[in-house]
Design a protein around this ligand. Structure first.
Ligand code: ZN
Length: 461
């Protein structure tokens, strides 16, 4: 989506409470432009080279060796975080949440270990923005833990994006907490995502965003098309944790395309439009690729907003394949299939999105809307500590992006005169005094960014 620039600079509006409010000016930030320049694709090349060098990173591969297997790989990831933390005065806390798992694809009890670095927020540390990728790899037979499984693109590319985000963002301080998560056990059943979701709940984190990077480094699709300008962001339309009562209301009044995850995807799309050149987000209105999954699914089951970021054009000959040449065709996920300039763009998108989210105030809670059989629409929300003000957004019910907005000042409601509630979808964003803006929150439980109720039941694996 190209940016729709709605400029209301200098326009004076009278808010619902009668206070005079002025629209904040710039919505672009020099800090974020600077972060895009700090990304170094060569560091990510070194990361992927190191990860491929462990031979296999299969979840059930050996853990004692220092040169081969998942144990060596995750200790390497931990060492990277320790080095990054050393360079920022100990700004990262490194934890290794784990679980011993037996499942359909893990026949013998196996310890699945995530490596997670936490950069504590300076203002609202309980508000958490997470970037993730998975370190485990596989070949054709998902149970084969012995043969080489380079997993250069699936998903050493995602791990490299996580590490690069930590290197770039750890030089700055943010209001919210940033979490850099290297997950394991994905190929055996999304176990790293589950362990991360459980850890987040146990910590009482208010997770506002999980950007899950899985398969983000290849720019040449199986058809031979090469596209370096496009990345896909997958997001669920309705919440995994929606209750039956909520579903009934949503089915009638709308909200099928306005979950917090979907509005997070819109936010990320807006970041590409503003801060990246020759690189755009293709929003995909799906939780994941057709019939396939990723660790963000477990975050969604816990009620957290989460999206999957994946390259624009996948090459299936290079995923989940024994490394071989057959009839002249190269199979296997080797490092020559990674486009590091492309991966750099994906890392930039993640980094500016995380920084923008972490510098914005928290998203609004308790957003409600009313206006049935009235000529005007009224939208209300709870005040957010630290917010300079709020912006009410609306769009046609068939539009993919928010198109219209009004600045509401510091009020906690806004009347839109002559705007009929039936004809649009509405939302509200929170704005800081320096112009950082949260994602737009659709009213009611369909759009809330806060996890509600118990985690959705997990289907038997
Ligand atoms: Zn993957």
């Amino acid at each position: 989506m190209r940016a729709l620039s709605i400029t209301l600079v200098g326009l004076m509006l009278v808010s619902a409470t009668g206070a005079v409010a002025q629209t904040p000016a710039a919505r672009e930030h020099a800090l974020l432009h600077g972060l895009t320049r700090d990304v170094q694709p060569d560091r990510m090349r070194a990361d992927i080279t190191a990860l491929v060098g462990f031979g296999t990173r299969h979840t059930m591969s050996e853990t004692a060796s220092d040169t081969r297997g998942i144990g060596a790989a995750r200790r390497w990831a931990q060492a990277q975080f320790e080095q990054i933390s050393g360079d920022c005065g100990g700004c990262l806390t490194i934890v290794t949440p784990s679980a011993t798992i037996t499942a359909a694809r893990i026949p013998t009890p196996t310890e699945v270990v995530n490596v997670v670095a936490i950069q504590r927020g300076t203002g609202d540390p309980n508000r958490v923005i997470i970037i993730s990728g998975h370190i485990d790899s596989r070949v054709t037979d998902v149970a084969n833990f012995a043969d080489d499984a380079p997993g250069a693109n699936d998903d050493a590319s995602g791990v490299a994006a996580v590490l690069e985000a930590a290197r770039v963002l750890s030089r700055h301080r943010f209001d919210a907490t940033l979490v850099y998560a290297v997950l394991s056990g994905e190929e055996q059943g999304l176990f790293g995502g589950k362990i991360l979701a459980d850890y987040a709940r146990a910590q009482g984190w208010r997770v506002e965003a999980n950007l899950n990077n899985d398969i983000v480094g290849n720019s040449e699709g199986q058809s031979g098309v090469r596209d370096t300008t496009r990345v896909r962001v997958f997001s669920e339309g309705t919440k995994t944790v929606e209750t039956e009562a909520q579903e009934e209301r949503r089915r009638y009044n709308g909200g099928e395309v306005d979950s917090s995850s979907r509005n997070l995807a819109r936010f990320v799309d807006g970041m590409a439009d503003r801060y990246l050149t020759n690189f755009d987000v293709e929003m995909i209105y799906r939780t994941d690729r057709y019939g396939r999954g990723g660790d963000q699914v477990e975050m969604l089951r816990a009620g957290f907003p989460a999206v999957r970021i994946s390259e624009g054009a996948e090459n299936y000959d290079r995923q989940h394949q024994d490394v071989r040449i057959e009839s002249g065709v190269h199979y296997g996920d080797t490092i020559d299939g990674v486009d590091f300039d492309y991966l750099g763009q994906v890392a930039r998108l993640n980094i500016v999105s995380m920084a923008a989210l972490a510098n914005a105030p928290a998203s609004s809670l308790g957003v409600t809307i009313e206006g049935a059989v009235k000529p005007d629409t009224t939208i209300k929300w709870q005040a957010v500590p630290g917010a300079a003000g709020y912006r009410v957004w609306w769009r046609s019910t068939t539009a993919p992006q928010w198109t219209h907005s009004r600045w509401a000042g510091s009020a906690s409601e806004l009347v839109l005169p002559g705007i009929v509630i039936d004809d649009f979808f509405f939302g509200v964003s929170t704005v800081s005094d320096d112009g950082y803006e949260s994602p737009v929150v659709f009213p009611g439980p369909a759009g809330s960014f806060v996890s509600v109720g118990d985690p959705a039941p997990r289907p038997a694996n």
